[in-house]
Design a protein around this ligand. Structure first.
Ligand code: ZN
Ligand code: FE
Length: 256
């Protein structure tokens, strides 16, 4: 039996909300509830209670359901310390190195600034799951609303050091459009080409592309590959730093 389960709840046009449940204790958390309604519906369907709400960053599509869920379930709300002024009703704040507990499941807090300046991710080794919010996406990364390219590159490098079999649960279903962009950066990357085809098949069947696996991200996500010589060469930036190459990829994606 696995130590716990992750349930995907599609929300709004392309968001994902996640339920995380400890198999031993039945303790249940929700990650980034943009709305309360779909979370309540899923919990009712399963006859589950809600104990904990985790937020990766302050944007409304990740926090809009906090209050409704706190009211209904008396669930404890935990979010990034650096965004405590921007998220209402926090019971606890956390930063790099802190641990959150969902029953027996221990989650490590990782600071990943870039999309927002206080963005955090939650990594649960027991279930090999990373909740990356809008930092690392399948085949992409979040827009830089508050941080710099340097910050985001260093944030992604931290995530890249997690085990290859880590399952990545990110905040949005952007994978198909990310794939279309990624092949413009690495047209000759065979694993990327194969992955783009698999993604099209999944989406044509109306299925999620999430979770993705870290090993595949390392091989195919251009934002994790800014230190690959081939990418720098393709962009005419052979002697540039990984930070500069990353910034160029990010700005091309913004215009894509
Ligand atoms: Zn966001
Ligand atoms: Fe978002």
């Amino acid at each position: 039996m696995s130590a716990g389960d992750v349930i995907l709840i599609p929300n709004r046009s392309d968001n994902y909300i996640y339920l995380v449940r400890c198999a031993q204790t039945g303790t249940t958390a929700v990650v980034d509830p943009g709305d309360a309604g779909p979370v309540i519906a899923e919990l009712e369907k399963r006859h589950w209670d809600l104990d904990l709400i985790l937020n990766t960053h302050h944007h409304n599509d990740h926090t809009g359901g906090n209050a409704g869920l706190q009211d209904r379930y008396k669930a404890r709300l935990i979010g990034p310390d650096a965004e405590s002024g921007k998220i209402e009703g926090l019971d606890d704040t956390v930063f790099e190195g802190d641990t959150v507990k969902i029953g027996l499941l221990l989650g490590e807090v990782i600071d990943v600034p870039g999309h927002t300046s206080g963005h955090i991710a939650f990594y649960f080794p027991d279930i090999q799951a990373l909740f990356s919010g809008d930092s690392l996406f399948a085949l992409g990364c979040g827009r830089l609303f508050e941080g710099t390219p340097e910050q985001m590159w260093h944030s992604l490098c931290k995530l890249r050091r997690l085990p290859d079999d880590t399952q990545i649960y990110c905040g949005h279903e952007y994978t198909q459009s990310n794939a279309r962009f990624a092949v413009t950066i690495e047209p000759d990357n065979a694993p990327l080409q194969a992955r783009a085809v698999a993604i099209d098949t999944l989406r044509a069947a109306g299925r999620p592309t999430i979770p993705s696996i870290m090993a595949a991200e390392k091989d195919t996500n251009p934002f994790l590959r800014a230190d690959q010589a081939g990418i720098a060469a393709k962009l005419g930036m052979t002697h540039a730093s990984p930070e500069a190459v990353f910034a160029e990829i990010r700005s091309r994606k913004d215009r894509f």
